[in-house]
Design a protein around this ligand. Sequence first.
Ligand code: SF4
Ligand code: SF4
Length: 499
Amino acid sequence: MAGFPIRGGVHPDERKLTSDITIMRVPTPERLYLPLKQHIGAPAKPCRVPGEIIYKGALIARGQGNVSAHIHAPCSGYVEDIIDWPAPHPSGLPTKAMVVVNDGREIREDASVPVNPFFLRPEVIAERVAQSGIVGLGGATFPAAVKLTLGQSHRTPVLIINGCECEPYLTCDDRLMQERTHDVLDGIRILAQALNGPEVIIAIEENKPQAIDLMHKAAAPYGNIRVMPVPTRYPMGSEKQLIEFVTGREVPAGRLSADVGVMLHNAATAYAVNRAVREGKPLTSRVVTVAGEAVIRPGNYEVPVGMLISDLLAFCGLKEEPARMIMGGPMMGQAIPHAGIPVTKGCNGVLALGAAEVKRRVEHPCIRCASCVDACPMGLSPLTMASLLKRDKLDAAVEIGLKDCILCGSCSFACPSGIPLAHYFNYGKGELVSTAQQKQKDDEIKRLIQGRQIRMQRQEKEREEAMARRKAEIAARKAAQALKEAAEEPSEDSGKEVA
Ligand code: SF4
Ligand code: SF4
């Protein structure tokens, strides 16, 4: 089936050299470092204290608020500490993390499993997904249960399963669809059940013929599920692009896909949903592509969440010191400053690039060729936005669409002058976030000050009223006393009579 026309896109070198390598399970190391924020939304709150014994799959930190996700123990052992630990971010700045020590016994927490997950009511499925701490495993890390609940409150007659994996190097979703086809498909059926039986389209890029074939055969018995091969073009796997290509519907800026009647989940998320709902296993591990010329044994590894990248790379072997390390793919992933950072739920790739793979691009002046405009999938004008940001005109950049930028990096890739356009947009978006955070903080301080003033005025009024009451009481008492004294005092006339 042909899709609808979409804008922009580029064709970076695919480098999917691990697409034929079978998934291998990595042994759990002695210590795991589990950041409390591995999802979009508020950080989870620890519900275990240091020293507490835990079993594999036990809840160790509870999601907070409407958009958050629980965190579970990937091994049995005990909680050693709750500390500040480098975050999976280019800054490497610390974030709160729980340290879990593995006792090597793999004792699993008991979990209830349904007789047949396809008989469960949608809200029960959403609750089980929430209890399992599942987030979007394509890298977006939006809590999956929140999406399911949204899908129930909005009418979403279309469910798209994103099996595109359009980033170079990454092959973990491809391998999952090839090796665990029926588990992925069952997860898709459970998601469809949770959304009251929509039409399901499994979108897979054409460069994954085995996955397309296997998923197609597995889906054949189900009339509402079909596989749609989509062109290999970056960033086909981004939510808005894929929805537009598959359905022709455009998700307006600042709106959700549910607003246009579409729900989108990643293939790996579907796999995690199957494990959670069918087997009662929360999300404590994921498949990660480890690649790059610095790696001796690149491949697809099932890695416990919280494993340090240094431990993972030690398992895979390094033949040289990586020239650059990236968490995720080379286009939208995060460059990381060192390997002492843990694998998190959203980490689909660890790239240890060799010196020969890292192109040091020299920046030249803009030649106004408009290649960046042609490449932008969001129809933006990257050169104008970058020029505004260079001049600190953040508001003007927002006016021409900075908030719509998905940071896909297609413009930087297409630019013949080597201008790191997406870096400017990343910076601009960071500024927007910190401005919004500052405003939130200022509003909170204002609210606290106003609250204090109102409280003080009320106390003052209460004090004045109490004082007035007291004065009135004293005056009344004095008056009563005076009356009493007057009544008791013998009158001169009565004394005279007695005499
Ligand atoms: S692609 Fe680069 S050189 Fe061409 S217009 Fe855009 S910023 Fe300028
Ligand atoms: S990074 Fe932003 S501006 Fe550049 S191509 Fe992607 S969406 Fe367009």
